[in-house]
Design a binder for this molecule. Sequence first.
Ligand SMILES: C[S@@+](CC[C@H](N)C(=O)[O-])C[C@H]1O[C@@H](n2cnc3c(N)ncnc32)[C@H](O)[C@@H]1O
Length: 244
Amino acid sequence: MIELLQPAPPVAAHYRPARVRALFDGLAGTYGAAEWLSGGQLGRWRRSLVAALRWPAAGPVQVVDLMAGGAELWEPLHQHLGPRLALTAVDFSAPMLARAARQHAPGLTLLQADALATGLPTGAAAAVTCAFGLKTLAPAAYPALAAEAARLLRPGGQLALLEFDLPTQPWLRAAMLTYLRLLPATLRYLCPEAAAHAALARYAGAGTRWPVLQAFLAAAGLRLVRQRRLWPGCARLAVWEKAA
Ligand SMILES: C[S@@+](CC[C@H](N)C(=O)[O-])C[C@H]1O[C@@H](n2cnc3c(N)ncnc32)[C@H](O)[C@@H]1O
């Protein structure tokens, strides 16, 4: 544990916030393509995230979605919670938030801010969510993410993290790595306007350092309540809880 909490090395260029923000500013117009590039899995995985959380039985439900992009989580959350949902979607990319604004979604508030320091109230959120935002986050930023999520949650509140994860089964892992390797050239050929999505495939291939992140979440006072791979084995969903 102590070894995992050692200071991280300097941030690699491709993780620098300005570079990540510029990437998503450029991807915002075609971000919908991510759904078909995943073979329709992204939407299913987001619904799994919503189903995995424990929700208050009555009253308004405040949710903070970190690295929310175009607020893709709003729809499954709203399907589950209806008008009780009060969702704050936090993202540092204005074009991604403009995408969210086009949903005209009831109960949705947009906040352009760094997900690691949102400025939102302490201890108010029943749930904090983050779907597919981890892959572009430097491991050096994990302590700040853990601290911010723990700060935002009210006692008993839950944090759900969802991200691509390379499969452990050798044949599936090889198949996914091959898919990620072939994606850039295939996209350039079939759909040049979505070719920038290949960059996301490279981040996904590098993966999230889950044990390191988990150590920082535990150090921030969160307890892992469940964790599982989602079918077909290339995404991980983890739910953490703040002590009541
Ligand atoms: C792959 S998209 C995920 C969007 C959405 N959550 C989804 O389910 O598809 C990642 C988003 O995280 C945002 N992001 C990355 N790092 C961030 C940070 N430190 N603060 C705020 N937003 C960040 C990017 O601008 C981008 O919109």
